[in-house]
Design a protein around this ligand. Structure first.
Ligand SMILES: Cc1cc2nc3c(=O)[nH]c(=O)nc-3n(C[C@H](O)[C@H](O)[C@H](O)COP(=O)(O)O)c2cc1C
Length: 162
């Protein structure tokens, strides 16, 4: 069975890691796209994005529906917003019945650790087996090559047949 990498990215960091993981696993990839995004710059980006998290908003996704049953290993990747995963995953969780899968989580942040985000992912997708989790501090800003290698190393240690 094939693996799937699902991610959201506003400024490219999570996209970069998602692509490294998908390439290593020869996985399909799904970028969650919301109809309305926060602005890409400035104070309003944090205000609007942060409110969406706190209010547990479910922004409309413009993605076509996929056949989730095709996948047994699913990797979910999010930027950390207000300590949590992005609202697009609230919508994703409400659209798909994800049970009896192997799930891995990855996140990009600017300084916080990602433990709350990973706990929330686990709460949101119970009745699955959890493969592991990994976080990265803004890979595009610091050292994208090293972050990419960390992602690939992490994948290579997981019990997955590629
Ligand atoms: C609305 C918003 C809230 C954020 N909140 C946090 C936070 O609580 N902790 C943190 O470490 N980084 C926070 N960040 C920074 C992002 O997690 C970080 O820049 C991440 O690498 C962005 O990933 P992306 O390029 O895939 O969008 C926030 C960014 C935005 C836009």
């Amino acid at each position: 069975m094939k693996s799937l990498v699902v991610y959201y990215s506003l400024s490219g960091n999570t996209k970069y890691i998602a692509e490294c993981i998908a390439k290593e696993l020869n996985a399909d990839i799904l970028e969650l796209k919301t109809k309305n995004n926060p602005p890409s710059k400035g104070f309003l980006k944090y205000l609007i994005g942060g409110f969406g998290v706190v209010l547990r908003r479910k922004p409309e996704l413009v993605n076509k529906k996929i056949d989730i049953d095709k996948y047994d290993h699913i990797f979910l990747g999010s930027p950390i917003w207000a300590g949590d995963f992005v609202p697009a995953f609230n919508t994703f969780a409400s659209q798909y019945d994800i049970t009896n899968k192997y799930l891995g989580f990855f996140a990009c942040h600017s300084g916080d650790n990602a433990s709350k985000c990973f706990e929330r992912f686990k709460d949101c997708f119970p009745n699955n087996r959890f493969l592991g989790e990994i976080s990265f501090k803004e890979p595009l800003k610091y050292n994208s090559q090293r972050a990419g290698l960390r992602a690939v190393d992490w994948i290579s240690l997981l019990p997955i047949n590629k």
